[in-house]
Design a protein. Structure first.
Length: 250
C-alpha cells in the first residue's frame, strides 16, 4: 500500500471512528457521514457498510444508526435500496451539501465557532512547526502539488477537497499521528462551512497562501511557517464568524 493510500484510509477511519462524549448520537452520526462526503472520502454512488458494521465503527447502536440514516435520506444525501444488491448508497449533490452546511452554521453559536477556530489555530500552527522541522522531501513536494491543484480548481467542491487535503497532508508532513487525526476531525467539521459560496473564498488567493506556507516549511523556517498557518486560519474563522452574525441579523 502506498503512503497516499494509507493516508486516505486513515482520514476515512478518523471520520468514522467511535463517537466520544455524551449528547445526541443521531445528530453526531449525521454530521460524521456528511463530513465524509464533504471531504471526498465517500463519493456519489458508493455503498455504505452494512448497518451492523457501520454502527460498530461509530460506536453507536443500530437503532441510532437507522435514525441517522433516516435523516440523511430526508436530506437527500443517502438513498436505500431493498432486496438483492440493496443497501444504503451516497447521493449527496453539491446543492444538498451546501444547504446542509448552511443550516448547520445557523445552528452554531458564535462561541462554538470561535472555540472551533481556536482549536484549528492551535493544531494547524503546531502542524506547520513540525512539518518544517521533520518534513520529508516527498511530503513537501506533495504539499506543493496540492497548492497548485487548488489554484487550478474548477469549482468550489474541488477547491474544498484539495484545501482540506492540504491541511491533512501538512499534519502528515509533521509526522504526527495525533495531529493528523486532529486535523482530519477539524476538516470534517470546518471545510464545508469555510467553502460555503457566501464566504467567496478564491482558490487562486488561497493557493498563494498555501504556497507561501510550503516555502517556509521547505526552508525549515518553523517560526514563519507557524505564523503563516495561524494568520491564514485566523482570517478564515473571522470571515466565518462574520457570516454567522450576518445570518443572525436577518
Amino acid at each position: 500500500m502506498s503512503h497516499q493510500e494509507s493516508v486516505g484510509l486513515t482520514a476515512l477511519g478518523a471520520v468514522l471512528s467511535p463517537l466520544e462524549g455524551g449528547g445526541p448520537k443521531t445528530e453526531a452520526v449525521v454530521q460524521r457521514l456528511s463530513a465524509a462526503i464533504s471531504l471526498g472520502l465517500m463519493v456519489d454512488g458508493q455503498q455504505l457498510p452494512s448497518e451492523t458494521d457501520l454502527a460498530y465503527q461509530l460506536g453507536v447502536s443500530t437503532m441510532t444508526l437507522r435514525e441517522a440514516l433516516a435523516v440523511l435520506r430526508q436530506l437527500g444525501i443517502v438513498h436505500t435500496r431493498r432486496g438483492r444488491g440493496g443497501g444504503s448508497f451516497i447521493c449527496g449533490s453539491t446543492k444538498v451539501l451546501e444547504t446542509t452546511s448552511l443550516a448547520r452554521l445557523q445552528q452554531m453559536s458564535i462561541q462554538e465557532l470561535r472555540d472551533l477556530g481556536d482549536e484549528h489555530f492551535a493544531v494547524t500552527g503546531a502542524a506547520a512547526v513540525f512539518a518544517a522541522r521533520r518534513g520529508l522531501r516527498a511530503d513537501i513536494a506533495r504539499l506543493r502539488t496540492l497548492a497548485d491543484r487548488l489554484k487550478d480548481s474548477a469549482d468550489s467542491v474541488a477547491a474544498r477537497r484539495v484545501d482540506s487535503r492540504f491541511h491533512i497532508e501538512m499534519a502528515v508532513c509533521a509526522q504526527s499521528t495525533r495531529l493528523t487525526r486532529a486535523e482530519v476531525g477539524l476538516q470534517a467539521e470546518l471545510s464545508a462551512l469555510l467553502w460555503l459560496p457566501r464566504l467567496k473564498l478564491d482558490p487562486a488567493t488561497e493557493a498563494i497562501a498555501h504556497r507561501d506556507l510550503v516555502d517556509a516549511i521547505e526552508r525549515e523556517d518553523d517560526a514563519r511557517a507557524r505564523e503563516l498557518a495561524e494568520l491564514h486560519t485566523e482570517s478564515r474563522i473571522r470571515r466565518l464568524v462574520a457570516l454567522r452574525l450576518e445570518l443572525r441579523d436577518r
